[in-house]
Design a protein around this ligand. Structure first.
Ligand code: ADP
Ligand code: ZN
Length: 359
């Protein structure tokens, strides 16, 4: 078991669930205690698919007496007020107290929802993230963002609420469908371009091992990304400055994600392509650097173009992004190898041109 720790995050990384209790003991400065000697009750929240593929392995290694499970339907629809209420009611019925623990075992949907339940129940009880998708392992389970959607408005209700720790079992990715794995690869690639350019070379050189989901390769990429995310969050927990680099590809991507109903990761790689094209136009980067981006996308089968909506529709959605301030579109653009910077002086006409080039 490896550990990534700073002032804000504690992340444990392993290739199975067996060391979960050890991690729990470390965080609580205890030794060899059973989970029910630390918490009176445990609620494990998961979704249908994770229930079928992973949950029994996790529950077995948990070895808890007072544990209840709540399984939500798989998919984004579960991140809603209705499910939020149902989980809270279940928690109350199951007798959870302020000394109880909630564990989220699943992807970003389960993690965001459970985190918000934990933040709200009795004004906040302890919470642990056990992410099982690549996207959740490298991104959403780290940093304390929790929340639900309001209709079609994503993540507009929520709280910053840090998990006690995040426990990552990279082998969980073995049962993850390829499309979901690819979805997470977009965010993995993002980390290279915003923070660590050498990582891009690693991805290109080891693409076969990564796509074959070899433990050592999975461990390397997840650890690298989790370290970067943990660092960024430590420096800027509430998204005042540095944390904004994580939005690279997301402002442009937001528009196509909503309009084309594509997966988040697909929208992010298309969004990164738009940002790259804009940087190229502004002479912030050269052609060679851009080609490297295209090469990685091709290796991991990440889309760079979209079909369907008109440019102005995409732009108008981009303008509703909650990360913009004063109606200016804030954009993270690549400026040098492994570095992005924030620009808010890009005019609508240029944005429309770039969107058009990516169709
Ligand atoms: P994300 O993590 O990308 O935000 P979700 O939480 O919706 O998204 O998870 C994506 C899909 O993958 C869901 O259908 C979920 O049930 C499924 N899933 C999550 N983890 C695993 C896993 N380890 N094995 C199989 N399916 C999984
Ligand atoms: Zn994202």
């Amino acid at each position: 078991m490896e550990k990534i720790e700073n002032k804000v995050c504690s992340i444990f990384l392993d290739e199975n669930y067996r060391s979960f209790t050890k991690a729990l003991n470390q965080v609580n400065s205890t030794t060899d205690k059973n989970i029910n000697e630390i918490y009176d009750r445990v609620l494990v929240i998961s979704d249908e698919n994770v229930y079928k593929t992973q949950l029994h392995k996790f529950i077995d290694s948990l070895n808890a007496k007072f544990v209840s499970e709540y399984i939500v339907p798989a998919g984004e629809e579960s991140k809603c007020i209705d499910t939020f209420q149902k989980v809270l009611e279940h928690a109350l019925k199951a007798g959870l107290t302020r000394k109880s623990l909630i564990i989220a075992v699943g992807g970003g949907v389960v993690g965001d929802l459970s985190g918000y339940v934990a933040a709200s129940y009795m004004r906040g009880i302890d919470f642990v993230q056990v992410p099982t998708t690549l996207l959740a392992q490298v991104d959403s389970s780290i940093g304390g963002k929790t929340g639900i959607n309001l209709g079609t408005y994503k993540n507009v209700v929520g709280a910053f609420y840090q998990p006690k720790f995040t426990f990552i079992n990279v082998s969980a990715l073995r049962t993850l469908p390829d499309s979901e794995f690819r979805n997470g690869m977009s965010e993995v690639v993002k980390y290279g371009f915003i923070y660590d350019y050498e990582f891009i070379d690693y991805l290109l050189e080891n693409s076969d091992d990564i796509l074959d989901k070899r433990d050592s390769a999975l461990r390397y990429i997840v650890k690298k990304c989790a370290e970067i995310k943990a660092h960024v969050v430590e420096v800027d927990e509430k998204e005042g400055g540095l944390r904004k680099i994580l939005n690279f590809g997301h402002t442009f991507g937001h528009g196509v994600e909503k309009l084309c109903h594509i997966a988040h990761g697909e929208a992010v790689s298309i969004g990164m392509n738009m940002a790259f094209k804009l940087s190229l136009k502004r002479n912030l980067i050269n052609e060679e650097y851009y080609n490297k981006f295209l090469q990685v996308c091709e290796k991991f089968n990440l889309p760079t173009e979209f079909e369907g909506p008109e440019e102005h529709e995409v732009l108008s959605i981009m303008k509703t992004d909650k990360k913009n301030s004063f109606s200016k579109v804030n954009m993270m653009l690549p400026v040098e190898h492994g570095k992005v910077d924030l620009f808010n002086d890009v005019d609508d006409e240029t944005i429309l041109e770039i969107i058009k080039e990516c169709k």
